[in-house]
Design a protein. Sequence first.
Length: 152
Amino acid sequence: MTPDEARTALQERIPQRIPPPPQVPGEMVRELREAGLWERFSALRRYARDTRAWHEWLAGPVAAQWRRLGSGFAPALRGALEGMASRPDLARPLIWLERQLERATPPPPPPPPKTREEELVDQVVRAPTLEEAVDAFLEWAREVNANERPVA
């Protein structure tokens, strides 16, 4: 292999462009702006090596925690930022913040919708008088009978 061929082969192996930084989820940024946390959070950029590292951190571990925590992300981040403000001696604040977000627990899932029978029980229990409780039960019984098919 001649030196020119070797140089050409080497240049073909080297990527011509550095790939663009990963995309930060726009919904995450919007949610933080609405919660009034984006300015405080984006001030942490000074701890990143460069802009690319900042975008990789946002699109990687922070976005993963945002997806995991859902609606609990903004309160968890607020608590972590307040904790960080009380600890100015942190050597690696981005890693510390990431660990605080990992420790946060996601909000509990919403309760399943009540069945018609459970709603009936609630109505009967909450009824102030016996007559209203009986009326609620009879209304439920009429609905059940109206929905049943006659047996042939």
